[in-house]
Design a protein around this ligand. Structure first.
Ligand SMILES: Cc1cc2nc3c(=O)[nH]c(=O)nc-3n(C[C@H](O)[C@H](O)[C@H](O)COP(=O)(O)O)c2cc1C
Length: 238
């Protein structure tokens, strides 16, 4: 039975965005922001919600730009520090021994230690209450080459992203692989709302392959710890 926790902004996990900006004097700064995410595919946009009392708030507006920097789990102490100290009082980047480079496309600093950096041009903002949501159009994404797999696709295990759990106020890493997106859900398309546990992996496999060949879909069963899951391979055209 579900229990009500009241009206709260609880969704799990959130990213750990390090929002980079230059202040009016040109000092680089990073701020930890868990209230953020991707918000448009084309033009590519991301959003981050910042309280107006943050030093970062004025800096983003001043230069109409910010960066989103993603640190791996091994940098958890620096990531947290960026969410405790303020650029108003000191240069946080120097204080935790990290380094920045100038953005190539926007006037905002890129964290050298980050495995991924998004250079964002301020697009619009919405005042929501405690937070103002800044939407940035992504002008460029830079990723450490060693975080790509052999096909050039970002590999989550190599990135080892840091995640945040609101409520508990804890950081986590990414867990095990569960299934291929835009693929495992096709089970219901082909087999209907049957009880997954009663259908053997072999049956699932053959059913999906028969239809799959017509649909340019190849799926194979993957036995998870507790239940039979389909582990998809390839993209499905439904
Ligand atoms: C895990 C974590 C997540 C945070 N998320 C946000 C957020 O989404 N928005 C915000 O305004 N502040 C957030 N904060 C607080 C700011 O990062 C913090 O106040 C920081 O000192 C502001 O830095 P600045 O004054 O240099 O801009 C978060 C802090 C932590 C530790």
């Amino acid at each position: 039975m579900k229990q009500s926790l009241g009206a709260k902004p609880l969704a799990f996990p959130t990213p750990v965005y390090l929002v980079g900006s230059y202040d009016a004097q040109g000092q680089p700064n990073m701020m930890n922001a868990a209230w953020g995410g991707i918000c448009c595919s084309e033009p590519p946009c991301v959003m981050v919600s910042v309280q107006n009392k943050r030093y970062t708030y004025a800096s983003i507006l001043e230069h109409q730009a910010f960066t989103i920097n993603l640190l791996g789990c091994d940098h958890v102490m620096a990531a947290d520090y960026y969410g405790i100290a303020s650029g108003r009082d000191l240069n946080k980047i120097e204080a935790c021994g990290q380094h920045v480079s100038k953005g190539e496309f926007v006037h905002a600093p890129c964290l050298d230690e980050a495995y991924l950096v998004l250079e964002c041009r301020f697009k619009t903002s919405i005042e929501l209450g405690t937070h103002t949501m800044f939407v940035g159009e992504v002008m460029d994404v830079k990723i450490e080459a060693e975080c790509l797999d052999e096909k050039g696709i970002p590999d989550v295990k190599k990135m080892d992203p840091l995640l945040f759990i609101p409520g508990a106020r804890e950081y986590y890493g990414v867990g095990e692989f569960i299934g291929k997106a835009f693929a495992v859900g096709t089970f219901y398309h082909f087999c209907g709302p049957a009880d997954q546990k009663k259908i053997s992996p072999l049956l699932c496999w053959s059913t999906v392959l028969v239809y799959g060949s017509r649909q340019r879909c190849v799926l194979r069963p993957y036995r998870c710890k507790h239940e039979d899951f389909l582990h998809g391979e390839g993209v499905v055209a439904l």
